[in-house]
Design a protein around this ligand. Structure first.
Ligand SMILES: [Zn+2]
Length: 278
């Protein structure tokens, strides 16, 4: 699933590809992608003759800003946008097509069909699901060490579960939570309220640094990331711990372990991230 850095890269790429384009019409081939309004035809009708003004991000959601409308799009597991010429054949699993007046089309493909789209009047999107109850943006100036301690420090649940909860801090998913906990040398099953001040500080900086580095890596690779047809792949950043089960830990050389925490496959180094801090 794309997390903050990947969605940020898609946002930047979309800004390059579709800003200023005028929607002639929209075709929806899989109505259940459209969550609001609850009628896919109404969705298509409302978007007709609107112009894309820019693309923003909130957590793992894209906000496609139009004149008088905001389209909130979540890619979930495998959603992808691509820009095509209208005469190019429509590939399998293409569920929504935005037909632009310049003869190009923004196509939304989603093999798993978990993605969602919500349409709002500008500003209304923050008052309703799915954006209403989202927590802090980790790369915003408002997300300070003090804020992080306040939001996270008193929680009794496992730190991994706390960090995955989008109501506290947004944009961190299974990959980047493992990366940040490894960098901060904190075991994923520690309860959040057991973390010492120094550990919270390490974790705060690990989150901000890990996400910033991934955003920068994605941003610098935008060109190679869009293929000839303008389709955006999910750029894979190199990971320090995630997906490296049984491989040597980059810090100590011992084997990376994998276990399940809160139902999610979790990579960690038992030596660098001990269960109990002495
Ligand atoms: Zn290690």
């Amino acid at each position: 699933m794309p997390e903050l850095p990947e969605v940020e890269t898609v946002k930047r790429t979309l800004n390059q590809l579709i800003k200023g384009k005028h929607i002639d019409q929209v075709s929806v081939h899989l109505p259940r992608i459209i969550q609001r309004p609850d009628d896919a035809e109404a969705f298509a009708f409302m978007l007709k003759d609107h112009t894309v003004q820019g693309v923003e991000r909130r957590g793992k959601f894209l906000r496609i800003l139009l004149d008088g409308l905001v389209l909130v799009s979540h890619l979930r597991m495998e959603g992808r946008y691509g820009l095509y010429r209208a005469e190019e054949p429509v590939e399998k699993h293409t569920h929504v097509i935005f037909h632009f007046s310049d003869g190009t089309e923004l196509r939304y493909k989603d093999v798993r069909q978990f993605g969602t789209m919500h349409l709002f009047a500008p500003g209304e999107e923050f008052k309703h699901a799915p954006l209403a109850k989202l927590g802090y943006e980790p790369l915003d100036d408002t997300f300070t060490l003090g804020t992080f301690k306040q939001v996270i420090g008193s929680k009794k649940t496992k730190i991994k579960a706390v960090l995955l909860n989008q109501a506290y801090v947004v944009g961190i998913g299974n990959i980047y939570v493992d990366e940040a906990l490894f960098r901060a040398k904190i075991h994923p099953e520690r309860s959040a309220n057991s973390l010492k001040d120094a550990e919270l500080k390490r974790l705060y900086h690990a989150i901000v640094d890990t996400l910033s580095e991934a955003v920068n890596a994605g941003g610098s690779s935008i060109k190679s990331y869009v293929n000839g047809q303008g389709e955006m792949g999910m750029f894979q950043h190199s990971h320090q711990i995630y997906g490296r089960k049984d491989k040597p830990c980059h810090a100590c050389g011992g084997p990376v372990h994998k276990m399940v925490v809160g139902g999610r496959g979790t990579h960690y180094c038992p030596k660098c991230q001990p269960v109990q801090k002495q």
